[in-house]
Design a protein. Structure first.
Length: 176
């Protein structure tokens, strides 16, 4: 059921709210250069415009209510430190989804990302009833590869580009 509120120790996964705009914007803005190499971007020549924060939250809520996404902000000690989003939720014979995430540089390497992803995966296999979750990672993203290794995801190799980052297709693979 959405909104799902998940907690393990000092780490909370909760829905992103409109009133988080300032704090979320500061964290994202302060980490823009650090996250840029891994961020999905629009392909060259796209006419799609970026959403405002308010539109973004509204769209995340719409997808969550429709059952196709479970977007959480990561809070550690009451501060926003990242985000984990389960998207592309499909039921039926496929029963799968994909997970994406980001974390602020100042708290990276403390085990928060693997814990947040594990919490989201448990929710997918339990509450949502899925039997497959994949995480699409650029092969040179060593930190994200460590996350999936810690969690026991199976590396299914590099597939065809699944998204665009800085004008290049991203090849990816781990799933569980």
């Amino acid at each position: 059921m959405w909104p799902a509120h998940l907690q393990q120790g000092d780490l909370v996964l909760r829905r992103l709210r409109r009133r988080d705009a300032r704090e979320w914007g500061e964290v994202r803005g302060g980490n823009a250069a650090w996250l840029a190499p891994w961020e999905a971007t629009l392909p060259p020549g796209s006419t799609t415009t970026a959403m405002s924060y308010r539109q973004y939250v509204r769209e995340l809520d719409r997808q969550a209510r429709a059952g196709t996404s479970r977007p959480w902000v990561m809070e550690h000690h009451g501060l926003i430190v990242g985000q984990v989003t389960v998207s592309g939720i499909t039921h039926g014979s496929l029963s799968s989804a994909a997970i994406g995430y980001w974390i602020a540089r100042e708290v990276a390497g403390r085990g928060l990302t693997p814990l947040a992803v594990a919490m989201a995966v448990d929710d997918c296999f339990g509450e949502v009833g899925l039997h497959r979750v994949e995480i699409n990672i650029r092969p040179e993203n060593a930190a994200s590869l460590r996350v999936v290794e810690k969690l026991g995801f199976r590396d299914e190799g590099c597939g065809a580009p699944t998204s665009t980052s800085r004008g290049r297709g991203q090849t990816t693979g781990p799933s569980r």
